[in-house]
Design a binder for this molecule. Sequence first.
Ligand code: HEM
Length: 464
Amino acid sequence: MEWVTLVLSAIVVVISLRLFLVKNPPNAPPCIKGWIPWFGAAFEFGQAPLHFIAQARARYGPVFTVLVAGKRLTFVTDHEDFQAFFMSKDVNFEQAVQEPVQNTASISKESFFKFHAASIALIKGKLTPGNTALLANHLCEEFNNHLENWGSKGSGCLNNLLRNVMYPAVMSNLLGKCNSPNGPAAIQEFVKRFSTYDDGFEYGSQLPAMFLKEWSSSKKWLLSLLESMIIRAVDIPSNESRSETLLQYLVTIIADKFQPNYGLLMLWASLANAIPITFWALAFILSNPAIYKSAMVQISSVLKDRDKKNTRVSLDDLQEIPYVKWCIMEAIRLRAPGAVTRRVVRPFKLQNYIIPSGDLLMLSPFWAHREPRYFTDPEDFKPERWEKADLRKNGFLEGFVAFGGGKNQCPGRWYAIMELHLFVALILYKFEFTLLDQVPEPSLLHLVGTQQPDRPCTVEYSHR
Ligand code: HEM
């Protein structure tokens, strides 16, 4: 046995040394290699990746590479280079995300390259601003029903309260009522499993499943849930009065055994970013009396004496409540995803550098939105900065990249904005809140997706 260990150790040492001694390619950006062969700067980077990016930028300039566990991550931080990041044919989205997708949703490489483009084209087509508008009334009904389960008053962790309402409501809206968890026990179980899966998503995308027991078991649970949803979606297409759901469309595109796995990815994409943003939007509004007052003036004047239990809010009403939409956009700006990524597939010229094929190219919307040339007083929550954006015509502010860009820009962005605008206007009309804790800071532990709060935030609520 001993000689086996010896040979294996020798192989590891040779591979590590080879990787460590490999020189940075000529004209490549400065490279932070760390001092442990192969691991590179994984330890320092993994502890607080968002802080690491800011420090590295200050030290090495706007383009730099970090060696992390055998991978070269090259960060692009100048707004002037973002167009090239999103539009160049030398970089590719699918090549960058295939491996993480295989780890998090168990979709084979072959299936991913065969069906990914078509499935995204379908989601994009079904969630255009026009199609999204058709989903609004049903979503409003669902929000009302689940919010009424809170009773006339109570208290709890704001993030959990929101998850208990928004997860089942959005699932009913996008996957069909029969596929939404029904009743308090089922909702609680779903919230627990999905939160575990979401919290560990970034680690799950990199590490073998054996290191993540609880996460793997939640993933298995969610996959079997999706399997039964697919059976229902295929078997009873006419069991609902509404038109077909996104899930029903999706199964017509995926012609292999991975249908539930694509379903899980779509479910994750539709819940994982939008719901933390709802938390932040409400936390920013509730903790700032002047902002709260401005929001309530518009909400009360438009919704006036609507029924407080089954409150109908239409898209026309929302057009008259733009201030809440500005709050949503400002919350997205400040808590934008840590990074979006592409794979360099041909040597890619940027500034005076040539970035080699194989590098993972990274752009951080979180830091891009803190650039004072584009956003004055970038750390301040200032909804009125969005007055300049043509939101009615679906325009964003220059420099805003929270939804990514190019042909892989988030296909759910119009749905997300409608969902959050509707929800925040509705909940503030129906309930009064008191914050019992200070607003948490964003946890800077993750690069994937929008930031989660770093600790619970308790609120007291009462029905108006
Ligand atoms: C505030 C909420 C949201 C934010 C900040 C957000 C952000 C993003 C970002 C940054 C990407 C990657 C884009 C790129 O690499 O260029 C993405 C992809 C995606 N998003 Fe969103 N998203 C949100 C909500 C949603 C919702 C509600 C849905 C579905 C209803 C959705 C569906 C998707 C899907 C399916 C992809 C994958 C696209 C692909 O594989 O090409 N997102 N999102």
